[in-house]
Design a protein around this ligand. Structure first.
Ligand code: COA
Length: 170
């Protein structure tokens, strides 16, 4: 199977924040942002695997900055590491200043998708080859995050999470 780079899967969704998508403080509702991130991540996973993909886990979400009504929001997703059938997707969320046009980082998230066949059974995906320094550091840390997610889901024994445990030594 031919390997792919994060650029091959990079997916950029830009959209406005409308009144029906806000909370009582007139900021973007968290669930709406989760849905936008899931959509972008699912396209990135599909571009990498060229197969049907399902969300297996939301590993991390940080709502660092409120996003006001009327904002232009860009959700940027790319595969950060591919395992056997699963892929980690890193998502960066940017907000555009109306006057200067300058983008600032508002949020980020990490999702896990699994490639499946028509019956929903997991299938193998191509390897990912990171290119930039940022892509390499996200790639390196992805195995620890996968182990943490599996431990939290009760699918891996903590004693088997070798790379994750190594983080806490010294
Ligand atoms: C995701 C799903 C296909 C996994 O099926 P499964 O029977 O657990 O299959 P496996 O145990 O072989 O796991 C498949 C891969 O997913 C990974 N995985 C499963 N659960 C995970 C979790 N919580 N976090 C990270 N990775 C996970 C496994 O490590 C494995 O990765 P690998 O093949 O790259 O090593 C299955 O649970 C499913 O279909 N879930 C519903 C998905 C869905 O409907 N999502 C939409 C939300 S409503």
């Amino acid at each position: 199977m031919q390997s792919r780079t994060p650029t091959d899967s990079r997916t950029i969704l830009t959209d406005l924040v409308l009144p029906s998508e806000t909370n009582p403080l007139n900021n973007l509702f968290g669930g709406e942002l989760l849905a936008r991130m899931d959509r972008a991540a699912s396209i990135a996973a599909r571009r990498h695997s060229r197969s049907i993909v399902v969300t297996a886990s939301v590993n991390h979400v940080a709502f660092n900055k409120a996003i006001p009504l009327g904002s232009v929001v860009t959700v940027e997703a790319a595969v950060s590491r591919a395992f056997k059938s699963s892929m980690e997707i890193f998502i960066d969320v940017w907000v555009e200043d109306r006057e200067s046009g300058k983008r600032s980082k508002a949020n980020e998230a990490i999702y896990t998708f699994v490639a499946v066949d028509e019956t929903g059974s997991p299938i193998n995906v191509p390897a990912l080859v990171p290119e930039t320094e940022l892509e390499k550091s996200r790639f390196d840390a992805a195995l620890r995050r996968k182990q943490l997610s599996l431990v939290l889901a009760g699918k891996m024994k903590p004693k088997d999470a070798t790379e994750l445990k190594a983080l806490f030594k010294d």
